[in-house]
Design a protein around this ligand. Structure first.
Ligand code: AHR
Length: 503
């Protein structure tokens, strides 16, 4: 059996983990909102039309923050269409996805749903077809107490107290030619600078995310980040990253190695942030908002009726290997907790999502739900410097890929969301086809016992879950023991797992 070693030490801390890395994303796209979180005709809809079964699955994930309302959709969105009496709301064409938007759900309805879900808003402003003026008007509508045109409009629409949203994105994927109102780096840099400046003049307590590249393959990647940050540095707090991976060539070894790329992508963007800071002789740290990430490819090119309302779009049905990569992407985010402060799996329901539901029918958990669920619940606290010595492999896309991906989190009592415990949570993925005999040295930690060992594995990487048929779900792991300050564990081939050690 191949052998791997992992070392941590209580004193070797990467950073406190910002719980917002377990965020998610709801876009007015396909059946994410209509026929997903909201379906008034469903037998399980509450008094506001929100599906209680979907909400329960969302709440179990304990999602701290949700980005809204897009995505590509936001670049043509007029937020005013979604406020005020419903019967007077405009129906609009959404050019991003070729569908019709009824505006039945807007800011007020979504805010109410967010409160039920226990999540914070991450609002995205339209910098595609609109600009700084509309962004400040929206901010005034949401955050100003009263006595002005937009704050009074909010009050008239039934919301007396300001929503007081603290986290705002300055547009979406503005480097992408597919984006409505796509901009050159220079055009966007100036717009982001001025919009951010005005928004902070209005409410200095907010935090702002500038758009980075849509992915690491973009021809402008790197130069884009530099130019945007050089212009907007004084006014923004985060730069965004987006990345999706797929396995269209059915090459599992390369697919599972994609986090090697994600890791390098993060390091490059962090370096660019620090380069710009250095050039300005500034101590300010621009951090990362990884506000779209996931596996996405199964549903590419699925046909749908153009200009229909909430058609099934981007409805990826995930399999076991997708769950393993999602587990590894979460490990990557935790590993970079010193600079990645926000991350949003894209998206929440039906649209490339961990939760899937039938309109009129039941909701269920996709395979990727599980690593997300466990990471969100037990990946809170402190990210520890996790040194991995693992045998490596070469594949079509990458060389020198460690079979083992792993990160250790110290959970403190105050971080626990389901009971008082302190201890360690160890997240691991074995990318290889052989089991890994692994020793984890727990430097500085003693008197721990194994509390929980959850394992996601299977012989068929292509297995997925369906309605009433949740075949891919975690089981109890057994091959782990503690001896002499080490955790010894056999990590099965192509598996994801969590081992929780508590005092
Ligand atoms: O999440 C789906 C789409 O992916 C988003 O609308 C867009 O921002 C990205 O390209």
């Amino acid at each position: 059996m191949k052998k791997a070693r992992v070392k941590i030490d209580k004193d070797f801390v990467v950073s406190e983990i910002d719980k917002r890395i377990y965020g998610n994303f709801v876009e007015h796209l396909g059946r994410c909102v209509y026929g997903g979180i909201y379906e008034p005709s469903h037998p399980l809809a509450d008094e506001e039309g929100f599906r209680k079964d979907v909400l329960k699955l969302v709440k179990d994930l304990d999602v701290p923050v949700i980005r809204y309302p897009g995505g590509n959709f936001v670049s043509g969105y007029n937020w005013e269409d979604g406020v005020g009496p419903r019967e007077k709301r405009n129906t609009r064409l959404d050019l991003a996805w070729g569908t019709t938007e009824t505006n039945e759900v807007g800011i007020h309805e979504f805010d109410s749903w967010l409160k039920k879900a226990g999540a914070e808003m991450m609002m995205t402003v339209n910098l595609g077809t609109r600009g700084a003026d509309e962004a400040r008007q929206l901010l005034e509508y949401c955050n100003h107490p009263s006595g002005t045109k937009y704050s009074d409009m909010r009050i008239k629409n039934g919301q007396k107290d300001p929503f007081n949203y603290k986290l705002w994105c300055l547009g979406n994927e503005m480097d992408g030619p597919w984006q409505m109102g796509h901009k050159t780096a220079n055009e966007y840099a100036r717009l982001a600078e001025e919009t951010a400046k005005m928004m902070k003049m209005l409410d200095p307590t907010i935090e702002l995310v500038a758009c980075g590249s849509s992915n690491s393959e973009m021809p402008t990647f790197g130069a884009w980040e530099q130019e945007v940050l050089e212009a907007s540095f004084d006014h923004v707090d985060y730069i965004s990253m987006h990345q999706y991976y797929g396995n269209p060539e059915n090459d599992t070894a390369s697919f599972l190695a994609n986090t090697v790329d994600m890791d390098a992508f993060i390091r490059t963007v962090v370096a660019t942030c620090d380069y710009v800071a250095g050039k300005r002789k500034s101590k300010k740290k621009i951090n990362i908002s990884f506000d779209e990430w996931n596996v996405w490819y199964h549903s590419n090119n699925a046909p749908f009726e153009r200009w229909s309302i909430a058609p099934p779009l981007l409805e990826d049905i995930y399999n076991l290997e997708d769950a393993l990569l999602v587990g590894s992407m979460l490990i990557t985010l935790i590993r970079h907790a010193d600079r990645v402060k926000i991350a949003n799996m894209a998206q929440l329901v039906n649209v490339i999502a961990p939760i899937f539901c039938k309109s009129d029918g039941e909701a269920w958990k996709q395979t990727i739900y599980y690593p997300y669920y466990y990471s969100s619940r037990y990946g809170r606290g402190v990210s520890l410097d996790t040194r991995i010595e693992s045998p490596k492999y070469d594949c079509k896309k990458y060389t020198d890929v460690p079979y083992l991906d792993c990160v250790v989190v110290e959970n403190r009592t105050e971080d626990s969301i389901d009971g008082d415990f302190s201890g360690l949570s160890i997240f691991a993925v074995n990318r290889g086809e052989e089991d890994l005999d692994t020793t984890i040295s727990l430097g500085g930690y003693s008197d721990l016992k194994i509390e929980q060992h959850v394992l996601l594995e299977g012989n068929d990487m292509k297995l997925s879950n369906g309605l009433g048929n949740e075949v891919v779900k975690p089981k109890k792991g057994t091959d782990a023991n503690l001896a002499d300050g080490n955790l010894n564990i056999r990590i099965p081939s192509r598996s994801w797992q969590l081992i929780r050690l508590i005092k």
